[in-house]
Design a protein around this ligand. Structure first.
Ligand code: PRX
Length: 651
């Protein structure tokens, strides 16, 4: 982080939703004085309620908080139907395929498609309110349409990222007890077809008796296996459905979706989000953080399989009545100018991506932005991991031409939407710093007992009051929900939400996120649990023990590094072969995103006498840091030097 301050461009942000730090402080003060009133007013103003709420926040069963609990709404109505009066011919979704094919869906067209799909789910697959539907989809409009179709009939979707393996998909289907899986034959990446349906076939081979049907969208036209009586062709069936569908009124707390994410221990957890609180914050942050205006074209490059895709490709932009771009391809294909060409062509006003992509585009095409007209850009967003000053500067100068605000948005799957972020028309920005909590979000840097961490020191990033878009539960595991998020930090004796991240506040109140304090690795802005990767590696028959840690990586931010103890080690050739085999297992157990970048074969792991692996030592060793921890409590203190030698040989 540098201390240079970057002020918003006054001319570009004259009409911003929040125009000055005074306006920001006024909102924050209002929230502090009358917390429920602050949220209640916003919820009344922003949501088209079917039945108005009378209660704002129910804390009786904390931390199972309830917001606006006696109100009723429908999220698909909020995102699509209600816009028809004023925006029926406005582009809702602009799709660009990997090979450059384009499709635009207006709000009216989206309304019809969502209705037909909702009717298909209801009539053909007997999907009812509360049923779970797993979506294993590529980045095509049908992914968004299926999500909204679920919302329209009160079904709970769980999108599984298309890069996850059959095993990972199976685990999620079983945990959610999904009745229907919606997928595609496959899609295109870097000019070539890739497949999804065979992964679904494999996932359903075992233990998925809950699944009654698979609905297959045709995208790449490749040959696929067809299971009669289970598999159904989407386009064939959807065309005969009615384009009218009554939205099902659901209670404010009705789960809108589950999204599985990694924790520090055990299997991925199904983060459960609500309907009203979630959509309120998705819409508000579009207005506050992305300053979305009626004629803007907004593009977030994430995948719908992650929370960023949920909140900032589908729900947020559509709730705000915006035009959202969906892109099937990758930023570097056919060349490193792809994104900038798209910015020019669609006149993109807000561009939102991850630091990993920025570093990659910087490295592979530093001069590319200069070849295009990027003057439409007003806001550049980043998400998922810390952004380093070099990437920030390039983004600001070369992509934004020094005219745009960079919003470094800090949030998580569990927070539903941004929680700490600059406001583009108000906040003087310090590069690499998420700056201040958004209005209404009581994010603080504290010690475990709730005392504020002194400026310049590392503390815990906590949110000390419940907020509407927060996680409601871990699907089927309320104990784990309480333990995972409300077990570490307290304020005034009451457990508060702990993000799992460390943070630092400076003398001016700016917050910088310093990274995870638990065993979660952040690979290219995606969360990977060490326990999951280790469980996969242990499936190799010659692995006796393993510990994985994050290792700094130029492009990905962090890569995965494994310390492996073999049962029988027969030398280097054996180790190289084992390394390949281990990665093959990881690919089939989790997916290519969890592949290890490197491994060290070590005689043992540093363990305490009670058998606990000292991961901090392993993290320090891989970074080449000096070991400052006390090693005298280790079962074998000499092991640290032995591992150090092996690591040094590798480097
Ligand atoms: O460690 C933080 C990091 O990403 C984690 C959340 O990951 P996930 O739930 O997959 O959601 C990613 C997209 C919202 C956080 O606990 N993180 C997210 N945004 C930032 C960040 N770290 C630093 N700066 C950010 N802006």
């Amino acid at each position: 982080m540098t201390e240079e301050l970057y002020f918003p461009n006054e001319e570009r942000f004259r009409d911003a939703a929040i125009k000055s730090m005074d306006e920001y402080h006024a909102l924050m003060d209002k929230a502090k004085e009358d917390y429920e009133g602050f949220w209640g007013d916003l919820a009344k103003e922003k949501i088209s309620w079917f039945k108005p709420f009378t209660k704002i926040l129910n804390e009786e069963n904390a931390p199972f908080y309830k917001w606006f609990e006696d109100g009723e709404l429908n999220v698909a109505y909020q995102c699509v139907d209600r816009h028809l009066a004023t925006r029926k011919n406005k582009a809702a979704i602009i799709f660009e395929g990997d090979n450059g094919d384009q499709k635009v869906l207006t709000y009216r067209e989206l309304f019809y498609e969502v209705n037909k799909t909702a009717n298909l789910f209801k009539n053909q697959f007997n999907i009812k309110k509360g049923d779970r539907v797993v979506l294993y989809m590529p980045m095509i409009p049908e992914a968004a349409i299926s999500m909204l179709a679920c919302a329209k009939i009160g079904a709970i979707h769980s999108v599984v990222f298309g890069g996850f393996s059959a095993e990972a998909l199976r685990d999620r289907i079983i945990d959610a007890q999904a009745k229907l899986v919606v997928t595609a034959d496959g899609a295109f990446r870097k000019g070539r077809p890739y497949m999804l349906k065979p992964v679904v076939d494999q996932a359903l081979e075992e233990g998925c008796e809950c699944v009654e049907a698979v609905c297959v969208v045709e995208r790449n036209g490749e040959d696929i296996h067809w299971e009669a009586g289970r598999d159904y062709a989407y386009y064939e069936l959807v065309k005969s459905q009615s384009s009218q569908c009554e939205p099902v009124a659901v209670e404010a707390e009705h789960p809108l979706f589950l999204l599985y994410t990694s924790g520090s221990t055990g299997k991925p957890k199904g983060v459960q989000h609500s309907s009203a609180g979630y959509i309120l914050w998705a819409q508000l942050t579009m207005e506050w953080v992305f300053d979305i205006k009626e004629n803007d074209t907004y593009w977030c490059t994430a995948d719908v399989g992650w929370i960023t895709g949920h909140t900032y490709i589908v729900y947020g932009p559509l709730a705000a009545g915006a035009t959202t771009v969906m892109f099937e391809g990758v930023p570097t294909f056919p060349d490193a100018g792809r994104c900038w060409r798209m910015v020019e062509e669609y006149q993109i006003n807000q561009f939102y991506t991850a630091p990993t992509a920025i570093r990659l585009l910087h490295k592979t095409g530093a001069d590319e932005p200069g070849k295009y007209d990027l003057s439409s850009l007003r806001i550049l967003g980043t998400v998922g991991e810390p952004i380093d000053p070099a990437a920030w500067k390039w983004y600001y100068e070369e992509v934004g031409g020094g005219r745009c605000s960079i919003v470094d948005t800090y949030w998580q799957t569990e927070t539903g939407g941004h929680v700490i972020s600059p406001l583009p028309g108000a906040t003087p920005i310090k590069p690499g710093c998420a700056t201040f909590p958004l209005p209404g979000i009581m994010a603080e840097v504290i010690e475990e007992d709730g005392t504020p961490t002194p400026a310049g020191e590392k503390g815990f990033a906590c949110i000390t009051k419940p907020w509407p878009s927060m996680i409601r539960n871990i699907w089927g595991d309320p104990d784990r929900f309480v333990k995972s998020y409300f077990g570490d930090c307290k304020k005034e004796g009451k457990p508060v939400y702990f993000t799992g991240d460390g943070a630092m506040i400076d003398a001016d109140g700016y917050i910088t996120i310093t990274g995870r304090t638990d065993d979660v690795i952040n690979v290219s802005g995606h969360r990977m649990g060490t326990a999951e990767v280790e469980a996969a590696i242990k499936k190799h028959e010659n692995v006796a023990a393993v510990a994985v840690v994050g290792k700094p990586h130029d492009i990905k931010g962090e890569g995965i590094f494994a310390y492996v103890v073999l049962k029988n080690d027969e030398g280097v050739a054996d180790e190289l072969e084992t390394m390949k085999e281990i990665n093959t297992i990881i690919k089939s157990e989790i997916g290519a995103i969890a592949l290890c970048d490197d491994m060290a074969f070590v005689p043992d792991l540093p363990k305490t006498r009670s058998g606990k692996i000292m991961r901090r030592i392993l993290r320090s060793l891989v970074k080449g840091e000096k070991i400052t921890q006390d090693t005298s409590t280790l079962e074998d203190p000499g092991i640290v030097t032995k591992i150090e030698e092996i690591i040094q040989c590798k480097c």
